[in-house]
Write a protein that binds this ligand. Structure first.
Ligand code: DGY
Length: 429
C-alpha cells in the first residue's frame, strides 16, 4: 500500500476505535481504555485535532485512584469479550471500575511533547493536568519502591506493559499459582492465534497476583512489599525517569517550585541507585527479581531505553549499543522485544520476540537525542517497512516484518500518523 493510502487507513482505524472521546487499542481483544495506549493514541490525533488529543488524556486521568495511581485499564462498561473484567479485579469504587495496577507512565512525556510542539492552549491543558500527573509520580515513588530501594519495582507483569517477556520468568517461577482460583475462561485466545499469546500457566499466575491484590484490599504498598511477585523493570524505571525529568521542566515553566524540587530529588535518587539493575555479567540493564536479587539474562527492548531516559554511565551506554548492534545483525526488523540469541526467543509470541511500535518510538527518540543516526534510522524505517508490507498490527515478527496478534491497532495507526508517515505533522517532533 502506498504511504498516502496508509495515512487514510490509519485515520480510519482511529475513528473506528474511538468510543466517544477515548480510544480502545483494538476492537474485541481490548475493548476498554488502556493507559499507555491512550497516551500514544493522543499523539496520533494531535496532528489533525489538538482538542481530541487532549480529550483522550483527560478521560484517561478520570480513572485516577484516591492514592494517586492512574490504573492500566478503565472499565467504562462491562464487556464479556474481555477477561479479566471489572468483577475479577474488584477494585475500590471510584468514578469507574478499573484494573488494580498501573502501566508505564508515558502519559507525562506525551503531555510535555504536546506542550513543546504546541502553543498557549496546549500549555493551559497541561496546567490542568499537572496536579494529577504529580500525584501519580508521587504514587510510583512511594507505593512501588521496595524497602531500601530508590528504584521502583512492579508487582505484576501486566503493569510493565511487556506481559509475557521472558524477563518475568524469574519472578513467576518463584511463585506458585493459587489452587483456589475460581474457574475462568480466557477470552484473548478466542480472538487471536493462541500461539501468539501468553500460556495458560502464565495466566494462572497473573490471576494469582490479582487475587493477592484483592486480599490486601488493593493496598499498593503492601502489594509491593508482600505480594507474590516483585521485580525491577528497566522499561518502567527508564520511562518514569524520563517522565520525572519532563514533569520537572513543566513544573518550572508553570511555577510549581516545590514540586520541581521534589522531582529533582527523585531524579537524583534514581540515578544514584541505577546500578541495581545493571547486570555486570551480561553488561546491560536487565530486569531483576527484588527478593532473590537474580538478574534476567537477555536483552529486551526495554534495556536500551536508558537512551530515552538519559541515564547510565558512558561505559553502560556503550555496552548497551554493542548489544543493539549485535541484535541488528540478527533480525531484519529492529527492535525485537527479546534477545534473538536467548533460548526463550519466539519471533511471533507477544513479548518473547516481536517488534513493538511504541517501544521503537521511545527507543528512536533516545537514539536520536544521542546522535545514534544509523540505529535510529533502523528503528524508524524497519517499523515503517513492516507496516507498509503488513498493515497496522499490534506488533510484528522481527525476522520478516509480518503482523502479529491484534489487527487495526490504535497505537500503530497513531504512531504512523505522528511519526512514520512522510506527511506527518509536528505532534511527535
Ligand atoms: C492483556 O489482557 O493482555 C493486557 O495486556 C493486560 O493489560
Amino acid at each position: 500500500m502506498n504511504r498516502n493510502a496508509l495515512d487514510q487507513t490509519a485515520r480510519s482505524i482511529l475513528q473506528k476505535n474511538d468510543r466517544g472521546g477515548y480510544t480502545v487499542p483494538t476492537d474485541r481483544l481490548y475493548p476498554y481504555q488502556w493507559n499507555w495506549d491512550s497516551a500514544f493514541v493522543s499523539l496520533g490525533f494531535a496532528g489533525d485535532d489538538r482538542a481530541r488529543a487532549w480529550q483522550e488524556l483527560f478521560l484517561l486521568v478520570e480513572g485516577q485512584w484516591d492514592d494517586g495511581m492512574i490504573p492500566h485499564i478503565i472499565f467504562r462498561q462491562d464487556d464479556p469479550d474481555y477477561f479479566p473484567g471489572p468483577s475479577v479485579w474488584n477494585t475500590p469504587a471510584g468514578k469507574y471500575p478499573t484494573g488494580g495496577i498501573s502501566q508505564p507512565p508515558v502519559l507525562t512525556s506525551v503531555v510535555t511533547d504536546l506542550v513543546d510542539s504546541g502553543d498557549e492552549t496546549d500549555l493551559a491543558y497541561a496546567k490542568k493536568l499537572f496536579d494529577q500527573l504529580y500525584r501519580w509520580h508521587t504514587w510510583w515513588h512511594h507505593a512501588r519502591t521496595p524497602e531500601g530501594s530508590s528504584l521502583i519495582a512492579t508487582v505484576h507483569p501486566w503493569e510493565t506493559g511487556r506481559d509475557n517477556c521472558p524477563d518475568w520468568d524469574l519472578g513467576l517461577d518463584r511463585m506458585t499459582a493459587s489452587t483456589d482460583l475460581p474457574p475462568y475462561t480466557r477470552r484473548d485466545t478466542s480472538h487471536v492465534d493462541p500461539s501468539m499469546r501468553p500460556s495458560d500457566a502464565q495466566y494462572d499466575k497473573y490471576l494469582t497476583i490479582v487475587m493477592a491484590g484483592r486480599a490486601v484490599d488493593w493496598d499498593q504498598k503492601r502489594l509491593t512489599n508482600e505480594g507474590p511477585f516483585a521485580m525491577y523493570c528497566p522499561g518502567l524505571i527508564f520511562i518514569l525517569h524520563r517522565a520525572d525529568k519532563d514533569l520537572k521542566r513543566l513544573a518550572h515553566r508553570i511555577g510549581k517550585t516545590a514540586e520541581a524540587d521534589q522531582l529533582a530529588a527523585w531524579i537524583a535518587a534514581t540515578e544514584a541507585d541505577l546500578d541495581r539493575i545493571w547486570n555486570p555479567d551480561f553488561k546491560a540493564f536487565c530486569a531483576r527479581d527484588v527478593r532473590s536479587g537474580a538478574f534476567a539474562d537477555g536483552f529486551s527492548n526495554a534495556s536500551p531505553l536508558c537512551f530515552y531516559a538519559h541515564a547510565g554511565t558512558q561505559d553502560q551506554l556503550l555496552a548497551t549499543l554493542d548489544h543493539v548492534h549485535r541484535i541488528s545483525h540478527k533480525v531484519g526488523h529492529l527492535m525485537p522485544s527479546w534477545d534473538p540469541d536467548h533460548p526463550a526467543f519466539e519471533s511471533k509470541r507477544y513479548w518473547c520476540g516481536p517488534l513493538w511500535p511504541q517501544m521503537n518510538f521511545l527507543l528512536w527518540k533516545g537514539l536520536v537525542e544521542h546522535h545514534q543516526t544509523y540505529l535510529a534510522h533502523r528503528t524508524q524505517n524497519d517499523l515503517a517497512r513492516a507496516i507498509e508490507a503488513s498493515g497496522f498490527w499490534e506488533c510484528f515478527d522481527p525476522t520478516d516484518g509480518s503482523g502479529c496478534v491484534g489487527t487495526d491497532f490504535s497505537w500503530t495507526a497513531a504512531l504512523w500518523l505522528a511519526w512514520l508517515s512522510p506527511s506527518r505533522k509536528k505532534a511527535a517532533a
